[in-house]
Structures are given as structure tokens and as C-alpha cells.
Design a protein around this ligand. Structure first.
Ligand code: DQA
Length: 145
């Protein structure tokens, strides 16, 4: 099983950006944590980040033929990108939405996820653990449907 973990705008700034919201751990530490956990449960992950909506869309299209599933944190694009929503609906592989924070408890513009209904499931509010839970879910449940 090969899973694409795709991170959107500003997630490269983890550890620097708003540590009171996102914690002190860096993006490199997120990559290390996910690579270690994936190895432990015997799945292959490819972890990518882009600050550009079009690059994220191209990678989602690429996932259609090259991956079994996608774990997606689109950053603020979550709240307004119908192009990301359409890209998720354009591909046959399951996409799981993740967030480090819980956007529903933050500013009102974060309460809506326009991608949620296109995704298989959402994990949020648990920091790095949101991604771990998404990986565990895809390994145990997600691909059986
Ligand atoms: C985020 C939540 C979004 O509202 C925000 O714009 C982000 C990160 C999260 O992981 O908690 O960039 O997706």
C-alpha cells in the first residue's frame, strides 16, 4: 500500500508559525514521525508540500494512477478551494482530510471545509496524531470499502 501525504500552504512553516496553535515541532519532524510510523505498520508513504494550489491539484491527479490513497491537509485552501474539491472528485483513490488544529473551534472562516464531503473521513485537532490516525484508518479500514 502506497499513500501520498499532501500538505498545502504554510505547512512548511511548522515550528515557526503560530506555535501556540500548531506546536513547536517542525515540518521535518512531521515527515520523520510519519515515515517512522508508516514503516512500523508496513506501508509506503510519499510526503509532499506545496504553497501553490495548482501544484496540489497536479499531485492529486498524479495520485490517481500512482497511489492507493491520499492524506490531504490543504491548509487554508480547505475553506475556499472548489478546485481542490473538484480535483478530489476527479480521482478514484480515497482522500482523507487531516488538520493539526481543530478549525471548527477557531475563527469563523475556518468552520467550513469545502472539501469535507469529497473526502472519506476527517481527522483533526490532534497535532501530528491526526495524520497517524489517518494512516491507521487507511491501513485498517479505508481501502476495504
Ligand atoms: C490547518 C487549519 C487551517 O485552517 C489553516 O489554514 C492551516 C492549517 C491545520 O492543519 O490545522 O494552514 O489545515
Amino acid at each position: 500500500m502506497t499513500i501520498l501525504i499532501l500538505n498545502g500552504p504554510n505547512l512548511n512553516m511548522l515550528g515557526i508559525r503560530e506555535p501556540e496553535v500548531y506546536g513547536n515541532q517542525t515540518y521535518t519532524e512531521l515527515e520523520q514521525t510519519l515515515n517512522d510510523y508508516a514503516k512500523q505498520i508496513n506501508i509506503t508513504v510519499d510526503i509532499k508540500q506545496s504553497n501553490y494550489e495548482g501544484v496540489l491539484i497536479d499531485l492529486l491527479h498524479y495520485a490517481h494512477t500512482h497511489f492507493d490513497a491520499v492524506i490531504l491537509n490543504p491548509g487554508a485552501l480547505t475553506h475556499y478551494s472548489y478546485s481542490i474539491y473538484d480535483a478530489i472528485n476527479s480521482i478514484a483513490v480515497p482522500v482523507v482530510e487531516v488538520h493539526l488544529s481543530d478549525p471548527s473551534t477557531r475563527e469563523s472562516f475556518r468552520h467550513l471545509s469545502v472539501i469535507e464531503t469529497a473526502c472519506l473521513k476527517t481527522f483533526k485537532g490532534k497535532g501530528f496524531q491526526s495524520y497517524i490516525e489517518a494512516l491507521k484508518y487507511l491501513k485498517e479500514e479505508g481501502l476495504k470499502q
